[in-house]
Design a protein around this ligand. Sequence first.
Ligand code: TRP
Ligand code: SF4
Length: 339
Amino acid sequence: MERIVSGMRSTGRLHLGHYLGVIQNWVELQHKYDSYFFVADWHALTTKYDNTKNLRQDVIDVVIDWLACGIDPVKSTIYVQSLIPEIAELNIYLSMVTPQNWVERDPTLKDMARILRTKEGANSQISYGLMGYPVLMSADIMMLNATAVPVGIDQVAHIEITRDIVRRFNNIYKTNFFNEPKPILNNCSLICGLDGNKMSKSYDNDIKISDTEEYTAKKIMTAITDRSRLRRDDLGHPDQCEVAFKYWQIFGDENQIETVKSECEKGIRGCADCKRQLGAAVNERLKDIREKRRYFEAHIDEVHKIIREGSEKTRLEARKVLNEVKDIIGMYSNRAYTE
Ligand code: TRP
Ligand code: SF4
């Protein structure tokens, strides 16, 4: 079976953007691939090294959300990046062969740096660790010598650097040991936030998997609609309804979407009612996931066990790759004497 690996930064409780954009894809792929999914807590530190009080809980929350969404620990291996020290060691080797200008031109990193610069204080510094972001990501992927990486479109630039690093490593050491991993994108269109911008917890325009039904319903009432529509009997334009109708297209069934569209166009559907129904549809879709989430919250020991076992299994695989890499490079090794 081909192997895939992917990770998510430990940003705490996940929202619908994570679920629809990434996790849903993982859930499908886990049946077809030897799948490894990890919480990238070192990557979280690249920008939040001075605010670590929630780090531990954030890691757990991410894993609980994955399990609730249907990542099956029997099919997939779930682990935490910082529990695999081999990744840090591989990162050292990769950092030697990576030209400085490759990381400097990483567009995603440039965006992150721009946002950081607008902040006040020590945290506006771009650290050495942050510059190494794409190299560390490459270490994550190459640590398991994966052939593919399922990610959101925003991560593709990083994966390009990984492919470059793989080629360079293979070239320098005259080997074909490392696979060139290809990104696997999902075909679902990106869900926007309730205000029409990118869904993000920092914009407070998100719906979290873990939000209550009441809170979800209330928040959906803030979704942007057709701005040209002032009264209930004004004729509506679903295609100009910036957020609410787009959500209907994701969460409604065919009949619902058709009804919403025609009633809106005829001016016999008010936006408030429309969004009330939308809230119910979203809650319905999340019902089972939320129930599963509550189960794991109440059985946190199971979650820790899943992480522990997944991390142990990953370390065994990582060890094999690292030994091979050290041999390929020609590092001194006393394995011959200790094994
Ligand atoms: N940078 C990714 C994100 O922000 C997380 C990540 C870290 C990752 N290492 C990875 C994703 C390796 C795929 C493969 O979401
Ligand atoms: Fe959008 Fe519904 Fe209002 Fe039409 S009725 S503009 S689809 S929120």
